[in-house]
Design a protein around this ligand. Structure first.
Ligand code: KG4
Ligand code: ZN
Length: 382
């Protein structure tokens, strides 16, 4: 089956064609340069950019892959979570395509798609413990299938990516700052005690990063000379001139990165140590922060020590992309799922595949209504 996947949940417009687990092509328009001017994503500008670019990206995708629009058999947009205006652009485009061509339509949970992105390269052994770390979310999942995710832990405040981005802003680094901190950290030495490991003493599997952010704020207030400067006009990043100060900046980045990674890895180890998780077959590391070099190494080490497989998507599939959306669409289509065109975007919370079904009468109904009329376990009745 050939699926068109559409990702517009935040600031990347990305369309992909995927057949089974083979990526035929991906076209992505990143809005990073635009939002870097403001130090973060401006929702209204993001949705306007999606609307401006989505049609052209679709044409280019067809042209580059040589696929004809009439060969597409399934269309899957990200339906949430994300920015509502941005999601609506992708969802409306997908609905128009489905209506015009009569193909199947399945809205996709963006977070679940991040997790299954790892499956585009390797067969995933389930149940798996998935650590999803992105700009908006930090989640630990037990994953039993494309439609079966259980949240084991989550961040009670900032997401891990946000912790990197906000710390980077304080250090004068451009948005999104995660990869800049990661790169500067390569030349730094971790300073013990510089940053705390917030929340790690608590008897649950949740995360908290706001204390780390505050610690960075205090550190930069005491050492304003550490700040880099970024020229938004020509996109040039200037590090402090003084060699010693530059080294202190690198040490700060290394210490901060270590603190974030320690907080994440501690929860992964605690989760795996619980008796109810003894059947886990693998660890999946996913989301934009999975591009972090230290995190990849550290999670790989935990998996190796426990004899578990470790699946991390290649770098280009860690960030938001249409291929991961298309791939989860294909997996759910294989299981018999389908949405009606009444499906809504879900900016907050967890959209699940079962929550809007085409009813026997051809109309659309909610999961609750489906249960009332006796449609079997959340799957589509055509
Ligand atoms: O999943 P993603 O592409 O978008 C969201 O859905 O949020 O994740 C973007 C996040 C940003 O916060 C960015 O700073 C972070 O991923 N990121 C990194 C690295 N590369 C991207 N964080 C740490 N180290 C990296 N190498
Ligand atoms: Zn994402």
């Amino acid at each position: 089956m050939l699926c068109l996947g559409i990702e517009t949940s935040c600031d990347d417009t990305s369309l992909a064609l995927v057949a089974d687990a083979e990526i035929l092509g991906v076209e992505t328009w990143s809005q990073n340069d635009l939002h870097a001017l403001f130090g973060g994503v401006v929702p209204e500008l993001a949705s306007r950019e999606h609307a401006k670019n989505i049609g052209g990206l679709f044409d280019r995708l067809l042209e580059r892959t040589g696929v004809r629009a009439e060969d597409i058999e399934l269309v899957s947009p990200a339906r949430g979570p994300g920015l509502l205006g941005s999601l609506l652009v992708g969802v409306a485009f997908a609905k128009a395509f489905a209506l015009g061509s009569g193909v199947r339509f399945i809205g996709i949970n963006h977070l679940h798609a991040h997790v299954f992105a790892a499956g585009l390269k390797n067969r995933l052994s389930l149940p798996a413990l998935a650590l999803l770390v992105s700009g908006g979310h930090t989640l630990l999942y037990r994953v039993e299938g494309p439609d079966k995710f259980t949240v084991l832990g989550k961040s009670s405040d900032d997401a891990a990516g946000e912790a990197f981005d906000k710390a980077g802003k304080m250090l004068g680094l451009p948005y999104p700052a995660g990869r800049h901190i990661d790169r500067l950290a390569q030349d730094g030495v971790v300073q013990a005690g510089l940053f705390p490991r917030p929340h790690t003493g608590k008897d649950n599997l949740d995360f908290s990063f706001s204390g780390l952010k505050t610690a960075m704020w205090l550190h930069v207030s005491r050492h304003p000379e550490l700040r880099a400067s970024f020229d938004v006009q020509n996109g040039e990043l200037s590090l402090p001139q003084n060699r010693q100060t530059r080294q202190c900046l690198a040490d700060t980045c290394a210490s901060y990165r270590q603190a974030v990674v320690d907080c994440l890895c501690l929860r992964v180890e605690q989760t795996l140590s619980r008796r109810e998780n003894a059947d886990m077959q693998s660890i999946i590391l996913a989301g934009g922060v999975a591009a972090n070099s230290l995190l990849r190494l550290s999670v790989g080490r935990i998996a190796a020590e426990r004899g578990l497989e470790c699946n991390v998507p290649p770098l280009e599939l860690c960030a938001d992309n249409g291929a991961m959306i298309a791939y989860l669409g294909l997996l759910l289509a294989d299981m018999g799922y389908e949405h009606g065109l009444g499906m809504r975007a879900v900016p907050r919370g967890t959209p699940v595949p079962q929550d809007m079904l085409r009813s026997r009468q051809g109309g659309y109904c909610s999961k609750k209504e489906a249960q009332m009329v006796g449609l079997p376990d959340g799957k589509t009745i055509l």
